[in-house]
Design a protein around this ligand. Structure first.
Ligand SMILES: Nc1ncnc2c1ncn2[C@@H]1O[C@H](COP(=O)(O)OP(=O)(O)OP(=O)(O)O)[C@@H](O)[C@H]1O
Length: 308
């Protein structure tokens, strides 16, 4: 049974009088299996945070169903079983981090010794032991992010939901959080997260969903992702006229400009057919480069296809 199952979710925001309604999600369906790491990616405003808020019951869909282990989610179960890091964690800023975590432990019903042990472990993991006695209002964005991660994980939840966990972190902080998420994955936790750092998503996730304008336009398992990204070919083309550009826009590859070069990227499998097509269109190929397509390129290609 899926840990999280979303079926045909629709969500519209109504900002009030005289303002246009915003359709944030359209017929969104996805499932996350126990122990799976699911990464939801998409451009700004695609509906990622909205999806997370619906899963957590912080907002209600207009229609569609949300199931948590087969049941309609109840506030208490969700609080007990999930750890949530919001996009911009708002924490009680007059408390020190140590006080915040003690409060969190009490609210979660942890025994004081368990709470203290978890606190010390987590502070150590996110390199915040020395900052624990400082009030949160003195923290930088990256420090607040690390504090938010401790807050989300203190009660050792089995499902972890992270909205932009790498946001505001320096490269070392990113590595710390990356390693922590990897450790949670190894412990068999179910993880659902959104991130714009696609190299992390690529390395961490068992499955990836691409959300564009509120619609889930693509889902890929780790092996499908490997298949898609394994063997791309980039053809460097001679300058194109408008008709040639329009003709290529209909094809299965994607056109881009890189450092003054016109590059046409396509899966290696279709190369023979593409060369014939370029020949018919009178387009010269200046160079051919075989390379691994990154998730970032696949992401941009998917968004461009969707825009077309
Ligand atoms: N409370 C709200 N009232 C009105 N519109 C909203 C509200 N919250 C979100 N939206 C709109 O819904 C859409 C989806 O927003 P959401 O925050 O879910 O996107 P996102 O994918 O998380 O974006 P980002 O990557 O920028 O964080 C956007 O158009 C946003 O402006």
């Amino acid at each position: 049974m899926a840990e999280i199952a979303l079926h045909n979710l629709n969500k519209t925001y109504d900002p009030g009088l005289f303002k246009k309604k915003v359709k944030a999600l359209t017929d969104l369906s996805l499932e996350v299996a126990p122990g799976e790491v699911f990464g939801l990616i998409g451009p700004n405003g695609a509906g990622k945070s909205t999806t997370i808020r619906l899963i957590l019951g912080l907002s209600r869909p207009d229609s569609g169903t949300i199931r948590f282990r087969g049941q309609a989610p109840k506030g208490e179960t969700i609080q007990r079983e999930t750890g949530y890091l919001p996009e911009n964690p708002y924490l009680y800023d007059h408390l020190t981090l140590r006080e915040l975590l003690a409060f969190c432990g009490r609210v979660s019903g942890l025994a004081p010794d368990v709470s203290a042990r978890r606190r010390d472990e987590l502070l150590d993991k996110v390199a915040m032991t020395e900052a624990q006695n400082r009030p949160l209002r003195t923290f930088s964005k990256g420090m607040l992010q690390r504090a938010g991660i401790c807050f989300a994980l203190l009660h050792d939840p089995s499902v972890v939901i992270l909205d932009e966990p790498m946001s505001g972190l320096d490269p070392l902080g990113r590595k710390i959080v990356f390693d922590l998420v990897m450790e949670l994955k190894e412990q068999g936790k179910t993880i659902f997260f959104c991130s714009h750092i696609l190299s992390d998503v690529e390395r961490l996730c068992d499955r990836i969903g691409i959300l564009v304008q509120g619609r889930l336009v693509r889902q890929l398992s780790q092996s499908e992702l490997l298949e898609h990204t394994r063997s791309a070919v980039n053809l460097v083309l001679a300058p194109l006229n408008e008709a040639q550009q329009a003709a290529l826009a209909q094809g299965e590859g994607s056109l881009s400009r890189r450092g003054g070069e016109v590059v046409y990227s396509l899966p290696a499998g279709g190369l023979g057919e593409t060369i014939r097509r370029l020949d018919e269109l009178g387009i010269g190929v200046l160079a051919t480069r075989g390379e691994k397509m990154s998730l970032e390129e696949l992401f941009i290609q998917t968004i461009e296809e969707h825009a077309r």
